[in-house]
Design a binder for this molecule. Structure first.
Ligand code: AMP
Length: 216
């Protein structure tokens, strides 16, 4: 099965994707993470990508298509994908359909994790990711401690685009360009609405429950 996790920045897609991947033996693919890896290469393309990310704008569909094609064409990932942060506009949604068709796959579920903008902002401002193990924490809601995290504190990083100005730009891009895709998936009966205002475990249980009931 292939899954799309949909929702505004800070909805918890990364955290849910990480745990759903473990539970269902899937791979969580975040286009944001793929782009941040590209940025590390420090070439002309990576500079352009970095600029767009730090302005809260979308990176071009062509760049995203190349990254996603590499993943979908890889047999290791066949029908084992969770897409986090992709597709971000209607053109990307249509490209995804074409790529999946080309490699004999389809989408099984689209989960729309719904969260209000003020909560999203708080979640993003507190977000910390461990650069060593990949775990995601939140300074306010779920801080890293010696009990829930084995790596040294120095590995905890805050993303440069996780600041108030860029967050509101990212939210605006989400509302104008990403949100309209929901209609596209609703028309295909793939859409499941999830209350993202409750705690992590409740969201996880709701999504897992739907997958188990429909996959059985
Ligand atoms: P994220 O990690 O999903 O919050 O993404 C961080 C940033 O990477 C976004 O604000 C965009 O600049 C860029 N990005 C991530 N995914 C995409 C995508 N599918 N299409 C275009 N830009 C993206």
């Amino acid at each position: 099965m292939n899954i799309i996790l949909f929702g505004p920045p800070g909805a918890g897609k990364g955290t849910q994707g990480y745990h759903l991947a473990k539970e269902f033996n899937l791979y969580n693919i975040s286009t944001g993470d793929l782009l941040r890896e590209e940025v590390k290469k420090k070439n002309d393309l990576s500079k352009k990508i970095n600029l767009l990310i730090n302005e809260g704008k979308l990176v071009s569909d062509e760049i995203i298509k190349d990254l996603i094609k590499n993943i979908i064409s890889n047999k290791k990932f066949t029908n084992k994908l969770i897409f986090d942060g992709y597709p971000r506009n209607l053109n990307q949604a249509k490209t995804l359909d074409l790529l999946l068709k080309k490699f004999n796959q389809n989408i099984s579920f689209v989960f729309n994790i719904k969260v209000d903008q003020d909560i999203v902002t708080k979640r993003i401002l507190g977000r910390q990711t461990c650069s060593k193990c990949g775990s995601i924490f939140n300074k306010f809601f779920n801080p890293a401690t010696s009990i829930n995290h084995n790596c040294d504190e120095k590995f905890l990083v805050t993303r440069l685009d996780d600041n108030e100005t860029i967050i509101s730009k990212r939210y605006e891009v989400y509302t104008n360009q990403t949100l309209p895709i929901l209609e596209y998936y609703n028309n295909q009966n793939l859409l499941h609405e999830i209350d993202g205002m409750v705690d992590f475990t409740m969201i996880f249980n709701e999504i897992s429950g739907i997958i188990k009931s429909l996959e059985a």
